[in-house]
Write a protein that binds this ligand. Sequence first.
Ligand code: PLP
Length: 382
Amino acid sequence: MAHPVRTTESVLAQGLGRRDATGAFPAGISTGVTYVRDREYALPEGKAYYRDQGGPNLEHVEAVLAAIEHGTQALLLSSGMAASTAVLQALPPGSRVVVPEVMYFGLTRWLREFGAALDVVEVPTGDLDAIRGALAAAPTALVWVETPANPTWVITDVAAVAELAHRAGALLAVDNTVPTPIHTNPLRLGANIVMHSCTKYLNGHDDVTAGALVTDGSAPELWDRILLQRQLVGQVLGPLDAYLLLRGMRTLAARMRVISASAQAVAEHFAEHPAVERVAYPGLPGDPGHAVAARQMTGGFSGMLSIFVRGDRHTALATASRTRLFLPATSLGGTASLIEHRFTFEGANSRSPENMLRLSVGLERVDDLIADLEDALKGSGA
Ligand code: PLP
């Protein structure tokens, strides 16, 4: 059989090869928000208004996202949170939703503050018996998982959860922000919808806020309501951000290769360090999620890890403030490595351990990153 020339890496490198009417590659930015009717008062392209039907840049990046996640359709929204909440708000009121006990803090917070229309059940999604129990307790509309889960990188077995969810008549949505389509394709493991904060690895340069949803076409009713939600609420991504996002995505495969290899090296180096209690990273053989992650993730374990320092909150904060290369900042997935004390960022309701530092490994030389952390842990830093 002929080699499939449109593998993920090749689709990304060329952005599906789209050029504009002059033949210029890559195609430029089209900013119009309205579409002019013809002499018959018809809409030549079937589009009337950007908020409702989008435009060429949006459609182009959505086609690339659908291709790299092996889905049939994608939707771009104004942030990862806009994408996640569009799914949850598209569910009929009263729907039961099973969500992870540990996941991106913003979504936990949204569910607590604005999720009253839903019956939300929090479970440790790394534990299949807990999911089985939650699904047996009452009819469930949707299971939401995030793997590896921010910020402790707990692994959920997507294929096993998909089977449990479908047997119980529920759909499965997966936040695939951290693995990216380079390391995991949840739709191929049985998920119905994939969500990305494109703000992170997909854009990869800390200069775009965006979110995406991709479906394999197996949940058409929910998907139609998500699209209606985007049309009526208006959290559609603008053309300039869509253009910039694709510019970032074109190097995704190459970035993830370096980032995942560096994160693995950093995790291994500090796993046995005297100033470190433990390192959470699914690429470490001793990590509780390693066996499932090794099966589910291909080519690496992404760039996120957490270091639990020996000591307390003050030890962790002092370490984070002594790094010279790791930038002390929130977010993840960019070219610049970041270090963050999640407990401080998340505030009063944080479930993050106080001695934990979250690292987003970027594209700096890995020896530099290790030396920087060594110095910061030693307290020298100068
Ligand atoms: N999902 C994960 C795993 C995240 O880390 C984040 C943000 O940090 C989000 C979703 C939300 O994305 P955004 O900041 O683009 O709204």
